[in-house]
Design a protein around this ligand. Structure first.
Ligand SMILES: [Zn+2]
Length: 155
């Protein structure tokens, strides 16, 4: 059997697309961009507060229609210090290492937010640390979760 030479072509394909964030997603992202505030919603049946807001409470199947404004502080629940240079979907380049990705539970909220934490020394990280969101300056915000630069550890 004759071997076939494989050819590889490298091309960049630009595929721009948009999709609707939905009623609650739009509210969440707009208030994040315009006011630097986190908006969630509360289930009237079980009291659970969601961030970002959801259309329905999973355990109750009830629309959590009460809008709740949350603060910018919370608790680091879990984290991972990443030492592999994954491709950053925001830039298309390898993200500089190390960096820390954390699960943060904002005060008054029952769900977790995944975001960057500005500490990469494992000796200084532990679940339960208090953290605070650091927003981009208003003129740099575009209505994405990345309008929050990262969370910083506070005493
Ligand atoms: Zn509920």
């Amino acid at each position: 059997m004759k071997k076939t030479e494989l050819l590889f072509l490298k091309e960049d394909v630009d595929i721009p697309y948009n999709w609707a964030a939905g009623r609650y997603g739009s509210l969440f992202l707009t208030r994040l961009r315009d006011e630097g505030k986190f908006i969630g919603n509360r289930c009237p049946s079980c009291g659970k507060v969601y961030l970002p807001p959801r259309v329905v409470c999973g355990p109750c199947f009830t629309p959590p229609e009460e809008i709740v404004e949350l603060g910018d502080t919370g608790t680091l629940v879990s984290y991972s210090v990443v030492n592999y240079p994954f491709i950053d979907p925001e830039t298309g380049s390898r993200r500089p290492i190390p960096y820390t990705l954390g699960y943060i539970r904002l005060d008054g909220c029952d769900t977790y937010l995944s975001h960057f934490v500005d500490e990469t020394d494992p000796a200084k990280l532990t679940p339960g640390l208090r953290v605070k969101a650091v927003f981009r300056p208003r003129e740099e915000r575009t209505g994405r979760l990345q309008d929050v630069l990262h969370f910083k550890i506070v005493d």
